[in-house]
Every structure is written in C-alpha cells, then in structure tokens.
Design a protein around this ligand. Structure first.
Ligand SMILES: [Zn+2]
Length: 415
C-alpha cells in the first residue's frame, strides 16, 4: 500500500473549498458524526431514501430484478461525541486533512465519508443496485448486524456487496478474518477497475481485510468485498485522502464497471468460520442477542469501545426510546423521530438550564451594582456634609483671625 506523507509544515495546506473538493464531500466531511449522530448527514443526502428502524439509509435504483449489486458505506466516524465540526484542509497536491475549527489537527472522517461520496456519485449516475449507508460501523457494525438479523429480506437476490471503506489505493478485499468473496470475483472486479487505473496503482485481491459492514452479509450474499478508496491513517489525526486519485482516477473507473457481468463463485455462508453477526465471539465481539444488548466493540478496535458504551445515544437508549412506540414496520421513520424528540428535549433542557443560570447570575450582579450605587450615594452625602462642616470651620477660623488682627498686638490675656 502506497503511503502518503503529511506536509512538513502546516503552511503547506489551506482550507479546502468547493473548488478543490466536491461540495457534497466537503459538506459530509464538515460534520463530525460519532455513532448516534449519523442523522446530522441526512440534509446532505439526495431525496428518495428509506430509513430503516436502526437508522441506515437505503436507496434502490433500477428494477427489483436489477438489484443484484449492493453498495455499502458508513455514516459514522471515530470522532468523540462532543466534536461537532471538522475543517477540511488541502495541500497543493490535493491531499485533504482535517483540523478543528481552532486549527488543531483532527480526525478527518474520510473513513467513511469518502465511501459515502463515491456512493452518491454512483447514485447520481443511476447505477442500478441497492445502496446502504450504514450506522454504527465503527462500533462493531451495528447497522449491518441489524440488517442481517432483522431484515435479511432486504438482501434477497443480491449477488455482490461492494463496500467502499478500505484504506490505500489498490485493495479488493477477499477476507475479513474469514473469506468474504472468491478470488475469481476479486480478480474479475480488479480487472474491470484497472481499465481506468494507471499502471503504478492497480487493484488486486488482498486477504488482509479487517472489518467493515459487508462482512456481516457473507451468510446472505455470495461475494462481499471492500475496496480501497484512497484514504490513509484513518482513526488518527493524520488521517487524509487523495482527492486527485479519487476524482481523476477511481470514480471514473468505478462508474465504468459492469457490475452485472462480474463472476459469482462463492456460495453464501461458504468458508465461513463463524465470524458473522450470529456467531461473532471469535474476535472479541459479543454474540448478537435478541435481547438487544449493546454490542461490544469489535475486538481489534478495542480502543474505541467507549464510544458505544458511554454514548448517551447508545443502542440501548435508542431502543428503549423506540420501546414506547407502536410496532415498527420495515423501512419506517420512527426511530429517528424518537431520536429527534429526545434530542429536542435535551436541547430545551440545556437552553432552559442555561437561561436560568444566566438570569440568576444577572439578578445577583444587579443586586451588587445596586448596593454599590447605594453606598456610593451615602458616601457622597457624607462627603457633602463634611464639606459643609469644613466650610463652617473655615468661616469660624476666618472670624477668629479677624479678631486677632483687631487686637493689634495688644495682649489678649493679661495674667
Ligand atoms: Zn470505515
């Protein structure tokens, strides 16, 4: 995997604008979306999506019979819950980094906003298929586990799931701990993409995949892979992606792939040693339980566990919020409505608390000012009185002096 290096000094990059980076990608990157905040991206999504009860967004392009290809990305990033905004910065070479609004280095969230953006471009080109923008990938594939378990019908008749969520320039992932697609499929797909790629960076099968949502579909979909999308150092403040490679090479190549012509070799569930959602104890994740226990974070990303478990919008919270709602039909909007209601209530509380505190502070300050004004007035009054007394004393002194002069040297007191 080719590695890009960070510019030596920070002057080498400037705030990215829509002239440098597509406006849609810039918008997606500008909002930090820890799991639970994925809904903040909805305003940047094209119309016509279905939102399932866990919050994944779906688009269906083409006839039902053409839905043989599924495209997958995820909306959550590894930002902390309290991080709200990211400022994308760009170098002369088209490498995009992230900073905080105050200019400190920041996780960019190219993982996986770049994947989302690629899917937006495929959607725009009306490439037939099923598109899923997942929630909670960074917390162990919460959105995709839910689909595999609760809505497997959405995966019916799909032959291949293409995730856009891999670092680097060249990987067609064949294994995500267990085999997820056949070597033949990976070679076939690589060959199609490579028609548009330069000789020095050609795609090829790679068996060192880690985990992304497509790993949760290997029991339902024959060929599940993950493609490099040109980001590097994901999950760190050095995260960056190559906008030139993305726009000039990869997206044009991806738009030309004939997805329906790809070989399908693997049988769903094949060569699968039990990594899937229902048996995923092997790598440290807890079993998916019908009781809707929160997922343990994916083993190798152990450091991010806190995001899911301490999250006020955690899976449990969301689910208990839904609990009060009537039974859910597939693809409805209740959960996000529930979330929105909770969020609004919280916001109100924060505003209310804020203004109460402010009012209290203001009242106290007013009291202090008033008492200071009162004591100042008292002082002034006292000063006036003193001034009158002084004037009186002065005039008495003057009278005494006059009398003294009248004496004209005569002794005042004779002993
Ligand atoms: Zn990712």
């Amino acid at each position: 995997m080719n590695q890009l290096s960070k510019p030596e000094d920070r002057d080498a990059y400037v705030k990215a604008t829509s002239e440098d980076v597509d406006e849609r990608l810039l918008s997606l990157l500008s909002v930090a979306t820890a799991h639970g905040k994925e809904h903040l991206l909805i305003k940047y999504m094209p119309d016509g999506y279905y939102k399932d009860p866990i919050g994944n967004l779906w688009y269906f392009i083409g006839k039902r019979s053409e839905h043989k290809t599924m495209f997958s990305s995820h909306m959550d990033t590894v930002h902390g819950k309290l991080v709200e905004a990211v400022v994308p910065m760009i170098t002369d070479d088209g490498i995009v980094y992230g900073t905080t609004p105050t200019g400190l280095p920041s996780v960019l969230g190219a993982d996986d906003k770049v994947g989302m953006y690629i899917m937006l471009r495929l959607l725009e080109a009306k490439v037939p298929g099923v598109y899923c923008f997942h929630v909670g990938e960074e917390c162990g594939g919460i959105g995709s586990s839910w689909v595999a378990k609760e809505r497997p019908a959405l995966l019916n008749n799909i032959d291949r799931c293409i995730a856009f969520d891999r670092a680097g320039y060249t990987d067609v992932i064949t294994e995500q701990y267990d085999q997820c697609c056949s070597e033949e499929f990976a070679k076939d797909l690589a060959a199609q993409i490579n028609k548009g790629m330069p000789a020095m960076s050609l795609f090829e099968p790679d068996n060192t995949g880690v985990f992304t949502d497509s790993a949760n579909y290997t029991d339902h979909i024959a060929e599940c892979t993950n493609l490099s999308v040109g980001y590097f150092n994901q999950h760190t403040v050095n995260e960056h992606f190559d906008n030139y490679w993305l726009e000039e090479l990869f997206i044009p190549a991806i738009l030309k792939v004939e997805w329906s012509e790809l070989i399908t070799k693997r049988t769903p569930g094949d060569s699968d040693y039990g990594y899937d959602f229902n048996l995923c104890t092997k790598h440290g994740r807890k079993e998916y339980k019908d009781s809707l226990k929160p997922y343990n974070t994916y083993g190798s990303y152990g450091g991010y566990g806190g995001y899911s478990n301490n999250d006020p919008w955690s899976y449990l919270t969301v689910n208990s919020a839904w609990g009060a709602l009537p039974s859910l039909s597939p693809l409805d909007d209740y959960p996000s409505a529930g979330l929105a209601v909770i969020e609004k209530a919280l916001e109100k509380q924060i505003v209310a608390k804020g203004s109460t505190a402010f009012a209290k502070d203001t009242a106290q300050l007013m009291q202090v000012v008033q008492s200071m004004e009162a004591s100042l007035a008292t002082c002034e009054e006292k000063l006036n009185t003193q001034a009158i007394l002084i004037a009186n004393q002065r005039s008495l002194l003057g009278q005494a002096e006059e009398k003294l002069l009248d004496c004209n040297g005569k002794p005042l007191f004779v002993q």
